[in-house]
Design a protein around this ligand. Structure first.
Ligand code: S3P
Ligand code: PEP
Length: 438
């Protein structure tokens, strides 16, 4: 595979970028639809590797999946009795953490596996929790097998979700279908990516499943309780993916240009929405018009930031790329759990930023990055580590560091159907599916 020469920006970019649907909302909607009382129609479905693997997995388990003949983002999901299957999780956290509970509700043997890198992602906690709730499972990491009996007892369970919020979301999504529901208590260091649990709770509420929560002394939610009951069928309209939007908005920030994203939701549980305040802290101007058009304009020089990214860890590669060229030393903290993401993102970012001549060091729970002017950095081949967000972060630096090439840019297909074409269209106005230069 030859590396993709990241297009350099000849000046400030000026573009409108139309983003496909959210990975996190799509995969939650699909799971809820498969467990619902009747058929659900999903529009704006993200069609990418992570979501297509979810569609394939649910179909393999017996769920009816029908695609519109005219719109690939419109899918009708018809629940059916679930049976044994082979499930390929790829590298998707949302599959490996959301589907074991669904598999335990199936009748039959459900074998899970995924990419080589997926086998090292933390899984034991969610599998142990399911065993406590009555499921029979062989294994503690991918590959593992769930011996579904058609029912899960449910009840109280304590988990340490400090390595991933997905442990809690994965139990919550199926909990209403457990015989006794589930009462989940977190015990351990703080749970990262809390907005993603709020997204799960919010979507369950829309599907008629209330989640009762309780907080600890610091005010952090540490327990979630779901009573047994039906999951309502819902016609879901998926919002644009704001975490993927962040990569494109970074192009405005890093080139001193302007990028506009239509359909920016007014209210959302997507943590990616926080990129707006992060870009403001870096020195960008932002604005939102009444029709939902978000505009971000970059400054002549970005300024360093000191940010706790624990709630929005998936934005880290994008933010780290911007800090690499910001004026001053930035500290990004609260993100030790990124060592268990698609790759060890703290190590990967440190290695690749250093490769370009930047200064980045790892701390216990984050990164310290001393910015350089782009002219003081040197183009090189930026490695992706099969991580879509590493690839897009490298592309952002490639706008201003001539000679940057991205190894395995195809890995962006995990959550973006056609990133290279969209990115190129944003930079130079060539025809692309979702981006255009103004
Ligand atoms: O539930 C979800 O959709 C996600 C939760 C988060 O995982 P972690 O809590 O493991 O960071 C996030 O990083 C991931 O991209 C998507
Ligand atoms: C951590 C991420 O993905 P996953 O859903 O595979 O955990 C991500 O998309 O940044």
């Amino acid at each position: 595979m030859t590396a993709w020469p990241a297009p350099p920006a000849s000046g400030p970019v000026d573009a409108v970028v139309e983003l496909p649907g959210s990975k996190s909302i799509t995969n939650r909607a699909l799971v809820l639809a498969a467990l619902a009382e009747g058929p659900s129609r999903i529009t704006g479905t993200l069609r990418s590797r992570d979501t297509d693997l979810m569609l394939d997995a649910l179909a393999a388990l017996g769920t009816g999946i029908a695609y519109s003949a005219t719109d690939p983002t419109e899918v009708t999901v018809t629940p059916a009795p679930l049976h044994g299957a082979e499930i390929d999780c790829g590298l998707a956290g949302t599959l490996m953490r959301f589907l074991p509970a669904v598999a335990a509700l199936a009748q039959g043997r459900v074998r899970f596996d995924g990419d080589p890198q997926a086998r090292t992602r933390p899984m034991g906690i969610v599998l142990d929790a399911l065993r406590t709730l009555g499921a029979q499972i062989d294994g503690d990491a991918l590959p593992f097998t769930v011996h579904g009996t058609g029912a899960v007892d449910g009840g109280p369970v304590t988990v340490d979700a400090s390595a991933s919020s997905q442990f809690v979301s994965g139990l919550l999504l199926s909990a209403a279908r457990f015989t006794a529901g589930a009462q989940i208590t977190h015990a351990g260091r703080p749970v990262p990516s809390m907005p993603h649990i709020e997204m799960t709770v919010d979507m369950l509420a829309v599907a008629g499943v209330p989640v009762a929560t309780a907080t600890d002394r610091t005010g952090a939610v540490t327990s979630w309780s779901v009573s047994p009951g039906p999951i309502r069928a819902v016609d879901w309209a998926i919002e644009p993916d704001l975490s993927n939007a962040a990569a494109f908005l970074a192009a405005a920030a890093i080139t001193g240009g302007t990028v506009r994203v239509p359909r920016w939701p007014d209210q959302t549980t997507q943590p990616g929405a926080q990129i707006v305040s992060i870009l403001e802290a870096l020195g960008c101007r932002t604005g939102r018009s009444g029709d939902g058009l978000l505009t971000v304009t970059g400054p002549p020089r970005l300024q360093a930031v000191d940010l706790d990214l624990s709630a929005v860890g998936e934005l880290t590669p994008t933010v780290a790329a911007l800090c690499t060229v910001a004026d001053g030393t930035s500290t990004l903290s609260g993100i030790a759990h990124l060592r268990g993401h698609e790759t060890d993102r703290l190590a990967a970012l440190t290695t690749e930023i250093t490769r370009l001549g930047g200064t980045c060091t790892e701390t216990d729970d984050g990164l310290v990055i001393t910015g350089r002017r782009p002219a003081d950095l040197t183009g090189a081949t930026w490695r992706s580590y099969a991580d879509h967000r590493m690839a897009t972060a490298g592309a952002a630096l490639g706008l201003v560091v001539a000679g940057t090439a991205i190894e395995n840019v195809e890995t962006t297909g995990k959550t973006m159907p056609d990133f290279p074409a969209m990115w190129t269209a944003m930079v130079d106005g060539a025809a692309g599916p979702g981006a255009s230069a103004r």
